[in-house]
Design a protein around this ligand. Structure first.
Ligand SMILES: NC(=O)c1ccc[n+]([C@@H]2O[C@H](COP(=O)([O-])OP(=O)(O)OC[C@H]3O[C@@H](n4cnc5c(N)ncnc54)[C@H](OP(=O)(O)O)[C@@H]3O)[C@@H](O)[C@H]2O)c1
Length: 331
């Protein structure tokens, strides 16, 4: 059944409020994903009213972008997809570093076009701020691509309000992509109010808290070698149990009040937060997108939000954020 998808406008394009996240189909940090499953997932978006796919060169070191490209070719109509990709992360044998050197960004852009098999990118985002150079430098580089018509909107990711301010001195800024979910709410402080004030779209990542809020995990869940959740501090004892208790209580709340699952509640919560434009949803297989259909046609009011806040605060006494995802600063 086609979900009754909500939409928003991003620099005049119509975009679904749920976007497929493709970090996992890169295949390096979330266990193995076959080409067939990855491509089928990218094509399944249309069954749920989704047109937004978020990807990045770093996801599988080029593999995720290539698979998105193959899916678009298989589909045949490039313009039906709203493709958000990124630049500004460099990787080598020493690790992953933020690098927004403008010459490098140009090269990255050409590499992404080749992997995606496209002539333009709908939304081009700086993946992480490179604090070794002024934010105006990557802004100039993206402005150039925008004025040439090669990118249709300019975005950043993981930027603070001050970093967005510096960026906006040089170029228009259409979106920011921060982490946001029931357990990770740092952007409530400055970033979300800043984006609301300046009309900047917010695409949230880890909307399901890297599967914690999807409701299928138990204390016995084992993650494969190399899976990012093996090092994620939320998934380690004794904290993991606190988070699982919160998930169980939120699940009961969702069931009793709405006849919904905790996954549906968590996704609805993100979409109902003022200032959020879209929630990214990581999926490796088409059936993981089925739950998207259940998050539309109902809403959370202030009283429900307050009750959910109380459940999280009572259950998680030792909270931790997603800072471990931050890349290194290059020398
Ligand atoms: N800009 C950045 O710095 C940044 C950082 C992180 C992520 N992102 C973007 O945001 C996207 C999503 O965030 P995320 O990857 O952190 O993960 P997420 O969306 O919070 O969680 C994804 C995980 O939730 C589980 N899940 C999804 N649907 C499910 C279902 N129907 N039933 C049960 N479990 C389900 C799956 O885990 P299992 O496969 O284990 O079941 C899936 O891998 C990424 O793919 C990427 O595009 C961006």
């Amino acid at each position: 059944m086609l979900a009754d998808m909500e939409r928003f406008t991003l620099n005049s394009a119509e975009v679904s409020r749920i976007g497929l996240g493709t970090w996992a189909i890169g295949g390096t940090e979330w266990g193995e994903v076959s080409d067939g499953d990855a491509i089928a997932t990218c094509l399944a978006i249309f069954e749920h009213g989704i047109n937004l796919i978020d990807t990045a060169p770093i996801y599988g070191y080029g593999r995720a972008e290539q698979l998105v490209g193959r899916a678009m070719r298989q589909h045949g109509q490039r313009e039906k997809f709203y493709i958000a990709t990124k630049a500004g992360l460099e990787w080598n044998e020493r690790g992953v570093f933020a690098n927004s050197d403008p010459v490098r960004l140009r090269q990255e852009f050409e590499d992404s076009l080749r992997r995606l098999g496209t002539e333009y990118v709908d939304l081009y985002q700086i993946h992480w701020p490179d604090t070794t150079i002024p934010m105006e430098r990557p802004a100039e580089a993206l402005l150039g691509l925008y004025e040439e018509g090669k990118i249709r909107a300019i975005g950043v990711s993981n930027f603070s309000a001050a970093q967005m301010d510096a960026f906006r001195r040089v170029a228009p800024l259409h979106s920011n992509q921060p982490p946001y979910n029931l357990f990770e709410r740092a952007i409530d402080g400055e970033v979300l109010p800043y984006c609301r004030k300046h009309g900047i779209a917010v695409l949230t990542y880890s909307s399901l808290c890297r599967s914690l809020l999807a409701g299928r995990l138990t204390l016995d869940t084992k993650f494969a070698e190399g899976d990012v959740r093996r090092v994620d501090p939320k998934f380690q004892p004794p904290r993991f149990e606190q988070y699982l208790n919160a998930v169980a209580r939120l699940g009961a709340f969702a069931h009793e009040n709405y006849g919904k699952s905790v996954l549906e509640l968590a996704a609805r919560w993100v979409l109902d937060r003022p200032g959020v434009s879209a929630a990214l949803w990581g999926a490796k297989r088409p059936e993981q997108l089925s739950a998207v259909d259940g998050i539309f046609g109902w809403k959370l009011d202030d009283a429900a939000m307050a009750r959910m806040d109380a459940i999280v605060q009572e259950s998680v006494t030792d909270p931790v954020g997603p800072e471990y995802l931050m890349p290194d600063v290059r020398s």
